[in-house]
Structure formats: C-alpha cells, structure tokens
Design a protein around this ligand. Sequence first.
Ligand SMILES: *Cc1c(COP(=O)(O)O)cnc(C)c1O
Length: 459
Amino acid sequence: MSSELYPAEPFRIKSVEFVKMNTREERERIAKEAGYNTFLINSEDVYIDLLTDSGTNAMSDNQWAGMMLGDEAYAGSRNWYHLEETVKELFGFKHVVPTHQGRGAENLLSKIAIKPGQYVPGNMYFTTTRYHQEANGGIFVDIIRDEAHDSTIDIPFKGNIDLNKLQKVIDEQGAENIAYVCCAITVNLAGGQPVSIQNIRETSELCHKYGIKMFMDATRCVENAYFIKEREEGYANKSIKEIVLEEFSYADGCTMSGKKDCLTNIGGFLCLNDEELFLAAKEMVVVFEGMPSYGGMAGRDMEAMARGLKESVQDEYIEYRVKQVRYLGDRLLEAGVPIVEPVGGHAVFLDARRFCPHLTQDEFPAQALAAQLYIDSSVRSMERGIISAGRDKATGKNHYPKLETVRLTIPRRVYTYKHMDIVAEAVINLYKNRDEIRGLKWVYEPKQLRFFTGRFEHI
Ligand SMILES: *Cc1c(COP(=O)(O)O)cnc(C)c1O
C-alpha cells in the first residue's frame, strides 16, 4: 500500500466513538424487521456505516471550538456574518441565503426560478433536486454524456454535460421554456463523477448565449476540484481554493448541502448573483426555513460550517479524502468485483446488474445486494437503482435507470484504511457467494422518495 497512491490521514484522532459487531443471527432478524431497507436499520446495529456521506462528517477541534462561540440571537448572529463572508470568499457569488440543508435551497430555487411547464435540463437527476423541480411544475431532462450511464467506461470527466443534448433541448423547446440548467459537481448518481472546467465553461457559454441561467449543485464542489487538479490540463499547479473559485465563476448561483463537502453535520445555503432572484429567495426563506440570517441553522452550526469550508479546501485534506475512496475501489477491482469505473469522489458504487446477473431489475438487485451485505458483515450501504429512481409522474410507470448500483459511501475523516480493508473483504466474500442473493418485492411502496421508507420481503 504505497503512501503516494494512498496518503495517510493528515490528522490525528482526539475523540473516539466505540462501535460493536452483532451476530449474524441478530442481523438476519434486524434486516427482516427493517423490511430489507438499510435506511430502516438502527445506527447502533451497524458496525461500519457507509449509508451516506451526508451529515456523517467528523468535525475538527477547531470546528468544535467554534461551536462554543455560537451566537444564538434570532437576528443578525455574528456566526451568520462569518459564514456569509466565507462563502462569498470561497465561491465568489454576490448573495448567500442560508437553509436548513441542501433540499431547502433546492426548494427555494425551484420556487423562484421555475414556471410550471418549463424544462430543467441537468447532468443526471438527483432525488431531492428532481423532486423539488417537479413539485414546482418543472420537467427534468437528462443531458449528461451517454458514457455516464455505462458503468464500464473509464474516462476522466464522466459527469460532463453533453452540449449537443443541451442544444437539442434549446432547439426543440425554445430558450424561453427552459427555467435554468442545473450542473451538478460531482454527479452523485453517476458514481460521484466529476465535471471538467472546460465543460462548465462551455455549458455556461451556451446557456448565456440564449439568456438561460446556469445553477450548480455545489454539494461536492471540492471533491470535483480535486479531480480537475489531477486530470485537467493546466490545473496541476493550482490550489484547490483557486479551482473551486473558478468552478463557480461561470455560474449564476448554486445550491449547497452543508452535510457533504462543508464538513459539518447539518446545514445548507443558496447562492445567487441576480438581485431580483435574491430578493425573491429572501422573501421565501422566511416562510420555509427561517430568518435570512439563519435559515434553519443554529448560530453554532453556521460557525462550524464557516470553519469547515475553510478546512475543506486545504489541498492535503482533499487529496487524502479522494484517495481513501479510491483505495477501497482499487481493492475491489483487484478482486474482480464489478464496480462503476472510474471510482468517484465520495463513494464506491457496486454494479448490481453484473454482481447479480441472476436477478432482473424488477427483482431489485441493488436493494437485495445492500440487504445481504448488511446481513453478512454489518456493513451498511444503500441502493441507487430502480427503487431510488421512482415512478414517472405522468404515466405512473417505473423509471428503469441503466445504472443499478449499491453505494458504499465513505464519511469524511471517520474511518481508517483498515476499515476499508474490512469492507473490501466483506464485499469480495459476498461476490464469491453471489448466487445466494435473493430478489425482493414490495411490501410497502411510498409515493415519494420511496427508497427512504419502502419495505420489502424476499420473493
Ligand atoms: C445530498 C444532496 C443534495 C441534498 O442535500 P441535503 O442536505 O441532503 O438536503 C442535493 N444534491 C446532491 C448531489 C446531494 O448529494
């Protein structure tokens, strides 16, 4: 294990949380009681929790110190001014509106920028993003490059927008019928795949030529910046801070989930350059989130986020972060386990179609695989396939996404390389016994975002 390929943790551990391993019999019962949905398993019953990188970050001593400086005034908290100043400095946008988490920002943006019937092209959908777009009358159109839907194609910027697809939507629907273009960096559901600066710039030029705004889903903008530094010509000697600023220099605003790259456990914000949209967002935030100087966050949370953002753009941290994820991917690839390639920024995605060729997509191979991995090893992962994709709003039919995956998401600064070894061993063992993974069927299918609370049983 070369420390150049996989750099050691650029921190030491000052506080620990003990975890315990329960027995296989217990896990069989727990999985059944949870309806074979890993979202419904208690955290205490999990040994290594790779359900999500959302809100699972370990904060630094500096962030915890900041928590004690929370100014919990209803209006005008000093922590808000610190956060606002930090976001403006790092992202370069004119205005910031705080929200309780990313979806709060998505709700506000969808409400102020979408007229019913308008199209919202984006580089692959994200669950909550598309939900808010559709709930506000928008029609999502996928304009990601084709390769993103194929788990076997290893290219550097698999999250890029296909400019021809965008041009086609503009030609067919008319620029006035496009609310805005949403560019996610990185693309979560494609496997955490990055978007190049060149693609961000060209998308922005195309949008602005037609007077269309471009908003970024900034959730993993720092991880995206690391891939640009590593892979895009001319960026090797730039700092992550410079690259993050350049990413946003082409956009009209962004939505941000504080639970991912901000290195905090809760929070979010919306950035805008446009004055009118900013005023509209400020009027709306009062109704849905809170005052424009806290937006659903406590003062201490805003302080932790301001400090976390500054830590997140440190070059050593982000290099370690992305390479630890890659380490797990490399272990699995060496053993021949089918995963989405190349490995993205926050997670390793198992390709459930190739992992479970004996199951059809209607037997929910990714859901079944995630449940079996928990039973085998007390490692918790999540489904990103047909269950997450939901049903078409108009026809009620299931979406059948090409990618049927199980996501092993690595929390930031929480687990060691040894934990990654344990996960790799568990997945490799399960791959050897993959014939035993049984398909699932619905017991309870929720109407919205069904992966969160849906329940299943074995066929
Ligand atoms: C998590 C996430 C969101 C939503 O953010 P929340 O803070 O969970 O509401 C939006 N987009 C992407 C790509 C995400 O990963």
